[in-house]
Ligand binder design. Structure first.
Ligand SMILES: Nc1ncnc2c1ncn2[C@@H]1O[C@H](COP(=O)(O)OP(=O)(O)OP(=O)(O)O)[C@@H](O)[C@H]1O
Ligand SMILES: [Mg+2]
Length: 50
């Protein structure tokens, strides 16, 4: 493996109006040199946060 980016179990929660919004839950990924990566998903699923 020659990962240029490695993420392990990344979680992010926002708090708004006393409510917790889990934007990322235990995200893991590896990106290797030369990979072409795109993030797909419905609006609000956490693409920009990741
Ligand atoms: N600064 C913030 N404060 C509170 N909640 C947030 C904040 N930023 C993002 N969120 C919430 O976290 C979740 C993920 O948001 P994110 O912007 O990552 O989604 P997205 O997949 O990029 O959406 P879109 O396709 O609409 O751009 C959503 O429920 C969003 O409302
Ligand atoms: Mg976005």
């Amino acid at each position: 493996m020659n990962a240029v980016l490695e993420v392990r179990d990344l979680s992010k929660q926002f708090v708004k109006d006393d409510l917790g919004i889990i934007a990322l839950r235990e995200l893991s990924l590896e990106i290797e040199e030369g990979d072409f990566v795109t993030v797909l998903g419905r609006s609000g699923c956490g693409k920009s946060t990741s």
